[in-house]
Design a protein around this ligand. Structure first.
Ligand code: KG4
Ligand code: ZN
Length: 341
């Protein structure tokens, strides 16, 4: 075919990802994670992540090319996450992408990590509906976005005012003694628990909060409520019902996420909800969104779990959309911008 072959590089956090797509067809998605190196610190250590990216970059590139059955020379464009993310980690990917673009004489596209979490869904479910509402929930972000064009027209409607949803999962997992990153462990534990066992608070849902923060999220109060509840239990000498705490906490997060996403969809008159980012891998979030959206006639799109967490395919997907949309490439002095909006 004559659709462009696009290579995408992702290094914004602890995953070194290299993805290769042709048009909207996924050819390779190689990911090397440094998560084990961070586990004993209970969170991602920026310096450790940067070094791991440096070591993993070339092997991951090789693996992606091998899987896709292409040579670097065949690639038509190089896309890379230029932000937001950890500055040192981003720099490794940006430097690698610039080097490739320069050496191969191919255009370079700096892409926004959050838009890439949205764009990746096209690899699985085809072109994005215009407009669609995106609920983006990861370890670093929790936002509601109105997406008319993922290559440029993305309007934020709301975001977390404190912790990201994934951060809340990780912190609560930690206080329950579960390993980092905690999201998948809470997801698994919760299946054996009762989600109505404990009534944890739903952040920014009081009538007063809704006036100013209708589409914003807050998870730090929830995290504190879980910590207090667990402490009280420990003090009383009774065992902590970990599965019930996990299920009730998870329910509080998912309830607010889905409630606000559907409220935003209704307010914007949008019938398509896309959920992306690492927390979109959560089984309860997927089920609850599916149930409640169906009840109000909203269609839900969620990429498969492996494409929800950070990867290179999402960057390649957005790069491919930028090529298709005729967006101008970035210059070779593209900066890594850790606080890209
Ligand atoms: O998108 P991502 O891979 O990296 C960031 O850009 O942050 O998201 C990572 C986050 C972590 O906080 C992790 O605990 C969470 O996604 N996560 C989950 C699940 N899988 C990953 N949270 C809840 N349930 C899951 N199944
Ligand atoms: Zn991410």
């Amino acid at each position: 075919t004559d659709e462009p072959l696009v290579l995408g590089i992702e290094t914004s956090c602890d995953e070194t990802g290299v993805g290769i797509v042709r048009g909207r067809t996924l050819l390779a998605d190689a990911v090397a994670s440094s998560v084990d190196a961070h586990a004993r610190f209970g969170g991602v250590v920026p310096e450790v992540a940067s070094r791991a990216h440096l070591e993993a970059m070339v092997p991951t590139l090789d693996r992606a090319c091998e899987t896709a059955g292409v040579a670097l020379d065949d690639v038509d464009a190089i896309a890379v996450t230029s932000g937001p993310g950890l500055a040192g980690a981003l720099l490794v990917g940006v430097a690698a992408a610039k080097s490739l673009a320069f050496a191969l004489g191919k255009p370079l596209y700096g892409v926004n990590h959050l838009a890439a979490h949205v764009a990746v869904d096209q690899l699985e479910h085809g072109p994005l509906p215009d407009p669609c509402l995106a609920l983006l929930v990861s370890g670093g972000h929790s936002s509601l976005l109105r997406v008319a064009d993922v290559t440029g027209d993305v309007v934020p409607l709301g975001a977390t005012i404190d912790d990201a949803a994934g951060e809340a999962f990780d912190k609560v997992a930690r206080l329950l003694g579960l390993p980092f990153p905690g999201g998948p462990h809470i997801d698994r534990m919760a299946r054996e628990g009762d989600q109505v066992a404990i009534d944890f608070p739903r952040g920014l849902t009081s009538r007063r909060d809704l006036e100013r923060h209708r589409f914003d999220f807050s998870f730090s109060g929830l995290k504190t409520a879980v910590a207090r509840w667990v402490e009280a239990r420990e003090r009383s000498g009774e065992p902590v019902p970990v599965a019930d705490v996990a299920a009730s906490f998870q329910e509080a997060v998912c309830d607010v996420l889905v409630r606000k996403a559907l409220d935003a969809a209704a307010a914007e008159g949008i019938d398509d909800l896309l959920i992306g980012g690492g927390v979109a891998a959560n089984s309860r979030l997927r089920a609850l969104a599916g149930e409640r959206a169906a009840a109000v006639g909203v269609r839900v799109r969620v990429p498969r779990p492996g494409l929800c967490t950070d990867n290179g395919a999402m960057v390649a997907a957005l790069g491919s959309s930028m090529v298709a949309a005729g967006r101008p490439p970035s210059s070779l002095d593209l900066p890594a911008d850790s606080s890209l909006p």
